[in-house]
Design a protein around this ligand. Structure first.
Ligand code: H2U
Ligand code: ZN
Length: 353
């Protein structure tokens, strides 16, 4: 069935007054990508906090660290020596969580099920200099990282179904090293989050003959949750965000995977990445920790028109020294957030360069 109108708009108008009224009450918002709800209780940020306070990582970073296992020319834990690379460098993770040569093996015994998962893990250095971050790099250098993400995706997609490109930034997110780097894990199976997004995007397309995320881009453009937008990309604190300053980055036109991005959209992606990550760093005037990663169409023999490429940014901080803990209710019932997505987006906009 082909429809051009959006039924959810008629059923539940999200007018500014309605949203403001909702914002004063504990309320739940629906995440259509994950097909789940999130509890929003904005008043909770006023509660007293006597728990853990985070300290920004200290020490002046240096351009070259002789003890860093990612700097050019240095020895890694495996004993291998990194080449004297110029811009970017990729290697197979010396402590890979997935191995390509795993023997096929399954177990089915009542409720007990298991299967071997073949795959591979790579580490990608974004820059030669130890003290850089994506936010601090020049646009042409970030563009090189985009090209690397795209090239790796295309190459690994010939052998594996799901290519997970990601970056853990900062000690708080478990990054083992401040050298600008990310990872790629490629596997034979669709991981849980991919299955959820695959299912919801597929049924949205089946029901409306439209792409869920392209509809979302259209609905959010110019609105109160936009952090920054350009001709090709939209960065928004999603209406259903779980993390305080979560951001969703989506291209404006139908795109399945990173290698499908043309020259121009790779350049504008580099620009918007620098803008978003710069706003993060300026928000609390510290190197903002986050996990970010790309969700892109799986590589399998099938119709992937329902898939729209996008990146998720999940930063843990609620305030400069207070992190959001996903514990108790979040682990046992559902995610809860303390600050409205509209307010988070407003604060991020004021931190844009
Ligand atoms: P993280 O900072 O996101 O943990 O990524 C760094 C990766 O680098 C980590 O997965 C790998 C770790 O296994 N690594 C090597 O492959 N070789 C080394 O010499 C040290 C770390
Ligand atoms: Zn280094």
């Amino acid at each position: 069935m082909t429809t051009t109108s959006r039924p959810q708009r008629q059923v539940a108008p999200t007018g500014p007054e309605r949203l403001e009224r909702l914002g004063r009450e504990p309320h739940r918002r629906y995440n259509p990508l994950r097909d789940e709800w999130v509890l929003v209780s904005a008043e909770r940020t006023r509660r007293p906090w006597q728990g853990r306070r985070e300290r920004p990582a200290g020490g002046d970073p240096v351009a070259y660290d002789p003890t860093c296992y990612l700097c050019p020319g240095n020895r890694r834990a495996s004993g291998e020596v990194n080449p004297d690379y110029d811009a970017t460098f990729v290697f197979t993770n010396d402590f890979a969580a997935l191995r390509p040569d795993s023997d096929p093996l399954t177990l089915e015994d009542g409720l007990l099920r298991a299967e071997v998962e073949p795959g591979t893990c790579r580490v990608i250095c974004f820059a030669r200099r130890h003290d850089l971050t994506l936010a601090a790099m020049a646009a042409p250098d970030v563009r090189r990282v985009v090209d690397l993400w795209a090239g790796q995706t295309a190459e690994l997609g010939e052998r594996f179904q799901w290519i997970q490109v990601f970056e853990n930034r900062g000690e708080m997110m478990g990054a083992s090293n401040p050298h600008p780097h990310g990872q790629i894990w490629a596997g034979a199976a669709l991981p849980n989050d991919a299955v959820r997004e695959d299912r919801s995007q597929r049924s949205y397309l089946a029901e409306r003959d439209r792409s869920m995320l392209l509809d979302y881009v259209e609905q959010e453009s110019g609105g109160p949750r936009v952090v920054v937008e350009n001709d090709d990309w939209l960065a928004v604190v999603p209406f259903w965000a779980s993390w305080p300053y979560e951001v969703l980055l989506v291209p404006r036109t139908a795109t399945g995977r990173l290698p499908d991005l043309d020259d121009r959209r790779r350049d504008t992606l580099a620009e918007i990445l620098i803008a978003v990550l710069g706003a993060y760093d300026r928000l609390f005037d510290l190197s903002f920790p986050y996990s970010m990663g790309w969700h892109q169409a799986p590589f399998r023999n099938g119709d992937e028109r329902h898939w729209q490429l996008h990146a998720h940014f999940f930063p843990p901080l609620l305030e400069a020294t207070v992190r959001k803990f996903m514990v108790g209710y979040e682990l046992l019932a559902e995610t809860q957030r303390d600050l409205t997505p509209e307010e988070a987006a407003r604060r991020l906009r004021t931190a844009l360069g």
